[in-house]
Design a protein around this ligand. Structure first.
Ligand SMILES: Cc1cc2nc3c(=O)[nH]c(=O)nc-3n(C[C@H](O)[C@H](O)[C@H](O)COP(=O)(O)OP(=O)(O)OC[C@H]3O[C@@H](n4cnc5c(N)ncnc54)[C@H](O)[C@@H]3O)c2cc1C
Length: 433
């Protein structure tokens, strides 16, 4: 491959206390938490709406659970799905269109400048310290400098640009599949619901998922889409599907994305036709919407001061430097090589803690991670990646970043005890009574 030396003088457009990169569940909570803590914040998002997977990815329901008093509850209340704790496991899809408005209002804070359609294209480094980010906009390249930068891009883009230690996938490098989630309307009230692989719902005298697998083996539905998972939504007659799937895609390699989108969109048409012909109550169902782009379950993980394992999550490990308490979800690994789950026996986790060290990348100063790109193993990531947990991570790191900016210290030097005091003062439960 040819390389060229390309140099350009880029204006340092503005300075912020905290620059949050990515406006998904983690990023929006980080930005709002930092702003409420008095920091001047930039929130950068490559697409034209905030919410990440929760809006543009059509991902639902908001799964998992965390200890009391976090922004997870506030956001779920705003979305109109906050009054049901069992929700963490059963699931109702929020109104995805309304969520775009609700979350836009949520980040509309006097201390936050939101930059939409703004891609973070590089890290501005001073040795091993990040000083800001290079953004790509309609006006060309600019730099936003920040006392602290938070990488909430899901893909760990900023950490990669900054030179952090990165991991991807399991030992053979394979990652969980990409999926395009979609909605259908006009389903009869008693039309089947199967929330996923832990479901035992029956159909035609057998487990629904086994029947679907047979359909896939006969080539009636796509092989990778054999696990037909659907949940109800807040609207009568609607069903939300988490079913399409393409394996072997690395979302950080852009040349692979188009063919995956094409395949996923074809799968939706095949599946809707199949539902209309085969599922009672779905005869007149109508495909009404899907993610703006394919959903990425897994990509980069940024190695931090602490590297958490699934074994620690399963046993419900406690940490002195906890900043997210009582996080709960399964070790939910969608099969990197085929349909359904990667592990026959899906492991449940006892409510676990996430320690501060998972959010502080090794070696690089001035940078936090929040959301699915934090430091942990492939299997641990399969649990803490769900949206409830990402929101609580974002909130804790937003407060931490504001404190760093106020104290003029790096994330590595912040007193975790002081951070815990601030989080506790906000009503966030961090320790068992
Ligand atoms: C198909 C699928 C199904 C899932 N099912 C569920 C489920 O049922 N329940 C659940 O709770 N979770 C589910 N998840 C997991 C969950 O949605 C994600 O792990 C979670 O949204 C991660 O939050 P995040 O904020 O870290 O990242 P994201 O939600 O991915 O948000 C990252 C944001 O950063 C932006 N961004 C990325 N790179 C850049 C850049 N370079 N510059 C500027 N902006 C950038 C993106 O556009 C995006 O808005 C699912 C995920 C997928 C893909």
């Amino acid at each position: 491959m040819e390389s060229v030396q390309y140099s350009k003088v880029i204006p340092v457009y503005k300075h912020y206390d905290v620059v949050v990169c990515g406006a998904g569940p983690a990023g929006i909570c980080a930005a709002v938490a930092a702003a409420r803590h008095g920091a001047k914040v930039a929130l950068l998002e490559r697409y034209g709406a905030v919410g990440g997977c929760l809006t543009l990815g059509y991902v639902a329901p908001v799964a998992g659970m965390v200890g009391k008093g976090t922004m997870r509850q506030e956001v779920c209340d705003l979305l109109g799905v906050g009054d049901n704790d069992a929700y963490a496991w059963t699931g109702v899809c929020h109104d995805i269109q309304k969520a775009k408005t609700v979350l836009t209002e949520f980040v509309d804070h006097e201390n936050i400048d939101v930059y939409l359609q703004t891609m973070v294209a590089d890290a501005w480094m001073d040795g091993d310290t990040i000083r800001g980010v290079v953004i790509s906009t309609k006006e060309g390249l600019k730099i936003l400098s920040g006392s602290v930068v938070i990488d909430a891009t899901g893909d760990g883009d900023v950490a990669e640009f900054a030179g952090c230690e990165i991991e991807k996938g399991r030992d053979d490098g394979l990652m969980q599949p990409v999926t395009l989630e979609f909605l259908v309307d006009n389903v009869a009230e008693d039309g089947i619901i199967c929330i996923g692989d832990i479901s035992d719902v029956q159909f035609n005298g057998q487990r629904f998922l086994d029947w679907c697998k047979e359909q896939a083996e006969q080539g009636i539905i796509p092989k990778n889409a054999a696990a037909v998972r659907m949940c109800p939504t807040v609207h009568k007659g609607e069903r939300h599907f988490n079913t399409t799937q393409v394996n072997g895609v690395d979302s950080t390699k852009v040349e692979t994305l188009f063919k995956a989108e094409l395949e996923l969109r074809r799968q939706i048409d095949t599946l809707v036709d199949f539902f209309q012909k085969n599922l009672p109550g779905y005869e007149n169902c109508k495909y009404v919407g899907s993610g703006t782009t394919l959903g990425v379950r897994e990509s980069r993980r940024v190695v931090g001061e602490y590297y958490i394992t699934a074994e620690e999550l399963v046993e419900g490990k406690r940490f002195d430097d906890v900043i997210v308490h009582n996080a709960e979800f399964l070790v939910d690994i969608h099969n990197p090589t085929g349909s359904g789950q990667a592990e026959k026996k899906i492991q449940y986790c006892k409510p676990y803690d996430l320690p501060y060290g998972c959010f502080v990348p090794k070696k690089i100063d001035g940078l936090f991670t929040a959301g699915r790109c934090i430091s942990g193993t492939h299997r641990a990531h399969a649990s803490y990646r769900v949206m409830s947990i990402c929101m609580a991570m974002g909130q804790a790191i937003g407060v931490a970043a504001a404190m760093c900016a106020q104290q003029g210290c790096t994330p590595r030097r912040l007193s975790v005890k002081d951070l815990q005091k601030e989080l506790t003062a906000l009503g966030i439960e961090l320790f068992d009574e």
